[in-house]
Design a protein around this ligand. Structure first.
Ligand code: MTE
Length: 332
């Protein structure tokens, strides 16, 4: 992004050590809800699946539950999972700071309960969804997605959620709705960088309607079988695996259906660097660096060989047809 990170490799303390009691209790309530409700039914146990499972138990760790991986094509990759430690301590969440270690350090102030997501704009059934209702709207699935950041690194993360399409169908978009805009929380009281001039707050993102309806587009509430840590976008975010990571807006408070392409935070900040589409594409360089290769977080030392970046982040079979006939150099 615009501001280079120092990439400190900072290891943050366990959340039991940094989370104030009130927030910790709130998270426990959410977990009870997850474990007891429809939402919990498909959250699988991840114990033993990878190295992260050996880590010290975290507060609110979910009990083993039956449930399998998603049946959506492309929703699972057999690549090695990024460790929970890396996925929750190396983040971009500029509302909490611009260094990769800042979100894990600062996001404990985010108050994720109560939480409401407002659906508005060109839909037959606009309304406000409490996070509890949103969690239960459809059954939760595990999706193991690659996340490729525009900065040149990637991770493999097991998300928990359901296709955004489930929510979209529920609110019945009008024929005139061509785009979906995501507006995220911008609360100066709890987010120390909101008010800074790094970005035009709130952080917003958008998708074309067919992208938003694509089954791979996930409305995510959890990762690694647990609710999302604050720094990863609690209590609800989207994950769009074939696009650069910045399209995956965190801590969403509003979903708006529009006729015109909505403005997006990074596009407003640097129009020639961050386009609306932002599909992962090794053939379209960022003006200041190549996008041909990537560094997989956690598995490589300073001199380790980089991986080749794949078109649409490896999801071409699933999403390539959405862009048939489009000039991807122009619509970057
Ligand atoms: N959402 C908000 N609200 N604010 C942000 O700064 N950063 C984006 C995206 N969503 C961001 C955001 C970027 S640049 C990336 S790469 C991903 O979140 C990172 O998600 P992760 O930290 O869970 O890996």
């Amino acid at each position: 992004m615009l501001i280079p990170s120092r990439e400190t490799g900072f290891l943050h303390p366990r959340s039991s050590e940094i989370t104030p009691r009130g927030i910790y209790e709130g998270r426990r309530d959410m977990l009870r809800l997850l474990a007891g409700g429809v939402a919990g039914a498909a959250l699988a146990t991840w114990a033993g699946r990878d190295a992260w499972a050996a880590a010290t138990p975290r507060p609110g760790k979910l009990a083993a539950l039956p449930g399998g991986a998603s049946a959506v094509s492309g929703a699972v990759t057999m690549e090695k999972l990024t460790s929970y430690q890396d996925a929750s301590s190396y983040n971009n969440f500029y509302e909490f700071g611009t260094d990769k270690a800042d979100p894990a350090r600062n996001a404990h102030t985010l108050k994720t309960s109560p939480w409401t997501v407002e659906v508005e704009g060109l839909v037959k059934k606009p309304g406000k969804f409490g996070i509890e209702d949103l969690l239960k709207l459809s059954s939760q699935e595990e999706r193991i997605y690659r996340l490729r950041c525009v900065e040149g690194w990637s991770m493999v993360i097991p998300w928990v959620g359901y296709s955004l399409a489930e929510l979209i169908k529920r609110v019945e978009p009008l024929g005139s709705a061509k785009y979906v805009e995501f507006v995220t929380l911008a609360d100066k009281a709890t987010m120390p960088y909101v008010g800074s001039r790094v970005l035009d707050w709130p952080y917003t993102e958008g998708l074309r309607m067919d992208e938003a309806l694509h089954p791979l587009t996930l409305l995510a509430f959890g990762m690694y079988g647990e609710v999302l840590p604050n720094q990863n976008g609690a209590p609800v975010r989207i994950v769009v695996p074939w696009k650069y990571g910045f399209k995956s807006a965190k801590s969403i408070v509003k979903i708006r259906f529009t006729e015109k392409e909505p403005p997006t935070a990074w596009n407003k900040a640097a129009r020639n660097e961050y386009g609306f589409y932002s599909n992962v594409n090794p053939n379209v360089d960022h003006p200041r660096w190549s996008q041909a290769t990537e560094r997989r977080i956690g598995e490589d030392g300073l001199f380790a060989k980089k991986r080749k970046t794949l078109l649409f982040n490896g999801y071409e079979a699933q999403v390539g047809q959405l862009y048939a006939g489009m000039d991807l150099q122009k619509y970057y």
